[in-house]
Design a binder for this molecule. Sequence first.
Ligand code: GDP
Ligand code: FO1
Ligand code: CA
Length: 315
Amino acid sequence: MRIVVLAGGIGGARFLVGVREYARQVGAEVTAVVNVGDDLYLHGLKICPDLDSVMYTLGGGADPERGWGRVGESWTIKSELAAYGAEPTWFGLGDKDIATHLVRTTMLGGGYPLSAVTEALATRWQPGVRLLPATDDRLETHAVVDLDGAQRAIHFQEWWVRHRAEVPTHRFVFVGAESAKPAPGVLDAIGSADIVLVAPSNPVVSIAPIIAVPGLREAVSDGPAPVVGVSPIIGGAPVRGMADRCLAVLGVECSAAGVGGLYGSRTAGGLLDGWLVAEEDEGTLVPEVTVRAVPLRMTDEAATAAMVRAAVELR
Ligand code: GDP
Ligand code: FO1
Ligand code: CA
């Protein structure tokens, strides 16, 4: 069996731990197609937060409290940069994490595409699933906001980390999406999958930028594999993070039904055949989508693998 997972950072990473365990039990292979809309250059370094969250988590090197960056991190370079007054000071890079960005930036500068760089980094971490960026091309999520009396577009990280999503926001733009191509292997993986799972990731700023890559959304919605999504919203609230603020920008209700409706049914040009919601959201209806309620908290590997099994069995 071949499983493809569309994934963002923390929610995607934790879900993939369960997918990997389920795949081990049934003898399946797993490809994760990961969001790159959060990516940015800082201090000359290319940083890929969602790819790194997934790689570190699956490789056993992630900080479990923060969910991003490395466990046992030190911050010498961050304080040295601050001593120079180097901006931005609102985004902190750890010393261990910086080694990843140095290797990545050097390889990109040498002409390797992000997909090849990701594969090279993963030889150290052995994540046990194939990690593919959604695209090798520049695709950045920006937020159009009101700031200092003017309307302007700021990078997603400035919106998320600096402003904690607390500025009046009109919309999100996936800069570069129109001319981006799916990374090598992405369309083949989706086209030969037995099931496509949409991780319980942020629908607005993690999943939407993945399917904004021309051809990728169509590969999923018109492809041969059934598509089952897992709700990141439980009882009307995100489990963590600020998906509620992101959904509000789109005018979508923060609920399992709201996100299911945003993805929509494949029979109506949307993404989903099945939608897994939490027990707390039993009774959720999404037109023309099969909905099932199960425990949806990714407390440990076994609980998450059970979620994955339920998702696969929903197809
Ligand atoms: P990010 O890129 O680091 O923000 O992470 P993702 O976009 O991949 O995932 C963020 C989403 O994961 C949030 O909206 C959370 O509600 C969701 N999430 C986190 N933990 C859980 C969990 O245990 N169960 C479910 N169903 N969703 C979760
Ligand atoms: N999130 C923060 O809230 N503050 C930070 O200083 C920060 C630094 C950082 C460095 C590398 C990295 O891969 C992720 C980092 N994050 C930080 C997390 C990240 O900004 C967001 O949580 C994700 O992009 C949302 O998916
Ligand atoms: Ca993200």
